[in-house]
Write a protein that binds this ligand. Structure first.
Ligand code: GLU
Length: 436
């Protein structure tokens, strides 16, 4: 299963003037995560000095990547690596290939990684990378040249104890293999420089499905906490890349009824529940979920508005915004994607009592197994799949428990997102105070 779904993002707000990258018709993710950070910082009365240090990234790299295309043309791509915070350990985060990637988005995603690694208590900081390109339109040879060029350009910022990369939307284990190979040309065999590699190159068992498995574990816990029964619950999943497809498979195995899924081309709906294995067969034949026999065709907006118990946005950011939030009928939203719910949408959903499991908790399974992969590479020792899944379960459930307790322990109920940020900020702030 590869993740090369590239739906366009929606226009919402204008960019602040300090943004270097001027692109219009684009969601300002930086502003979204800033607002989420601020809500938690205010709630926990975090010192202003610490806020100042934690809000802005430590280092930002913008590079040009010239690629000789198959037709002989020279094309110039732009790549980014933002190292947001490293007080708790080496920078860690994925690399996204998408036409709308820019510095602001990568900066926002890098911050999310800092909070995510702190929340699940991994000894990492946060980083993110990206290349503005459409991987679906590149040949294998062009994709390889681009990846090797990007790796050379960010080489000086990487290191096994400095900054470790991984997959994100639009990249996959093959891209990680090229990164490892290119880095190795200069530094020698260094599998721990990148996680999410093919298992044959030192990747971890269970890494490919880890994000979807984590989403499933957290959804099961949330259902218990909110008095819902996952067995038989109606679930709609937006996005069928690596995260969406694995979530669909694993949640169906727990007895949930996955009634709708979608990809960049559109969606399918079957009120009695979809046979997920048949969806995979259909994708193999046609390249999309669209128009599968025995299902109703819906678009991505209709999927978000379905009368389901659980809605899992697993595509790109900003899919649930102020314009469509009122249409949502689910009782529980699980953010498998990063930043799928905008703050204005979240206000509306909170008012209606809809629970939102935030991205930094819901999709932390991926980076958690990345950590296990890094540890295995450093120790040159392989774990069994059972051990990987057991350790993943332990970390995810502990994180869920801490967030849920924090959200319910005060006088007023705290949104899960603010509770999760408070948990993460506590850890990063504490490490920062010791260092300054
Ligand atoms: N890109 C994934 C995320 O957003 C995984 C990052 C990693 O494994 O380092 O969490």
């Amino acid at each position: 299963m590869t993740a090369v779904a590239t739906p366009p993002k929606k226009a919402l707000v204008s960019k602040p003037v300090h943004e270097q990258d001027e692109r219009s018709a684009h969601l300002d993710f930086n502003r979204i995560t800033d607002e989420q950070f601020q809500a938690a910082a205010d709630h926990m009365k975090l010192e202003k000095e610490i806020q100042l240090l934690l809000r802005t990234p430590y280092r930002e790299l913008v590079v040009q990547i010239p690629v000789r295309m198959d037709d002989g043309r020279l094309e110039l791509f732009h790549g980014y690596r933002v190292q947001h915070n490293g007080v708790r350990g080496p920078y860690k985060g994925g690399i996204r290939y998408h036409p709308e990637v820019d510095l602001g988005e990568v900066r926002s995603l890098a911050g999310l990684m800092t909070w995510k690694t702190a929340l699940v208590d991994l000894p990492f900081g946060g980083a993110k990378g990206g290349v503005s390109c459409d991987p679906g339109k590149l040949s294998r040879h062009e994709l390889q040249s681009l990846t090797r060029g990007f790796t050379q350009k960010i080489d000086m910022a990487l290191g096994v104890y400095r900054d470790i990369v991984a997959p994100d939307a639009g990249t996959n284990p093959q891209v990680m293999a090229w990164i490892m190979d290119e880095y190795g040309k200069k530094h020698g065999y260094t599998p721990a420089i990148v996680t999410g590699k093919p298992v044959a190159l030192g990747g971890s068992l269970g890494r490919e499905e880890a994000t979807g498995r984590g989403v499933t574990m957290i959804t099961a816990e949330a259902c218990k906490a909110y008095g819902m029964n996952l067995r038989g619950a109606k679930v709609a999943i937006q996005g069928f890349g690596n995260v969406g497809s694995w979530t669909a498979k694993l949640i169906a195995e727990l007895g949930a009824k996955v009634v709708a899924v979608s990809d960049v081309f559109g969606g399918i709906f079957r009120p009695e529940g979809l046979d997920i294995e048949k969806v995979f067969e259909h994708i193999k034949k046609t390249g999309s979920v669209v128009a599968m026999h025995g299902t109703q065709s819906i678009d991505n907006e209709q999927l978000l508005a379905l009368d389901v118990d659980v809605l899992i946005p697993a595509a790109l950011g900003g899919s649930i915004d102020r314009d469509n939030a009122d249409n949502v009928k689910a009782k529980l939203i699980v953010e498998a994607a990063n930043s799928p719910v905008t703050p204005r949408a979240e206000e509306k959903l909170n008012q209606r009592g809809i629970h939102i499991i935030p991205d930094i908790l819901a999709n932390a399974g991926g980076v958690t197994v990345s950590y296990f992969e890094w540890v295995q590479n450093l120790q040159q020792f392989h774990w069994s799949l059972e051990k990987v899944n057991e350790e993943l379960q332990l970390r995810m459930l502990q994180a869920w428990k801490r967030v849920y307790e924090r959200s319910t322990s005060g006088h007023a109920k705290l949104p899960l997102r603010t509770a999760a940020y408070c948990e993460a900020l506590d850890k990063v702030a504490q490490a920062t105070r010791h260092r300054f």
